[in-house]
Design a protein around this ligand. Structure first.
Ligand SMILES: [Cu+2]
Length: 175
């Protein structure tokens, strides 16, 4: 294959990704870079979501949640956060952004421990506003400790809101 063809293929790939809104992919090439997840709501506030809701990154990548519309949080599933079930790697540090109130406000964490990280929006968890980040090689399931009675259960809509780990790894970003 000639270099020209390679360049053209890359151009087509980048173009297709931009059309799909998956602009995070180029950020996956090196650790130490940043991936942005937007916190969104439709004008009526009847639909709320993280975008992308599933993303794969290299260890050491910073994730920045940026408020676009509505009032939201990014809160790790971890017992330290309102007795939430533990759904981040055992040695990872949980986070909670608190309420992001004004468009443009953002909150960042740098994720260094490989594994699967699930998180939610505190006011919209019951509406299924959850997200999943796969850092490096996630290993094999189960990704999280078994449920304990002292942890509150996942709302049903939240439990169904996480993209499959394999799908995230394959596509790198899931809207
Ligand atoms: Cu929300």
């Amino acid at each position: 294959m000639t270099p020209v063809r390679l360049d053209r293929r890359r151009f087509l790939e980048v173009g297709a990704l931009s059309l799909a809104g998956l602009r995070v992919l180029p950020s996956l090439r090196r650790a130490g870079e940043e991936v942005v997840v937007r916190l969104r709501a439709d004008p009526a506030g009847s639909r709320v979501w993280f975008e992308p809701r599933g993303v794969a990154i290299l260890p050491g990548t910073r994730i920045r949640w940026e408020l676009e519309a509505g009032v939201h949080t990014s809160t790790a599933y971890h017992p330290d956060n309102a007795r939430a079930p533990w759904r981040i790697p055992a040695t990872a540090t949980p986070w909670d952004s608190g309420y992001l109130l004004e468009p443009g406000r953002s909150f960042s964490v740098t994720l260094t421990v490989p594994g699967v990280y699930d998180y939610y929006c505190a006011p919209h968890e019951a509406a299924g506003m959850v997200g999943r980040i796969v850092v490096g090689e996630p290993g094999a399931p189960p990704y999280f400790p078994a449920a304990r009675p002292e942890w509150r259960p996942l709302p049903q809509a939240a439990a169904h809101g996480f993209p499959e780990v394999a799908t995230i790894v394959r596509h790198r970003a899931i809207r």
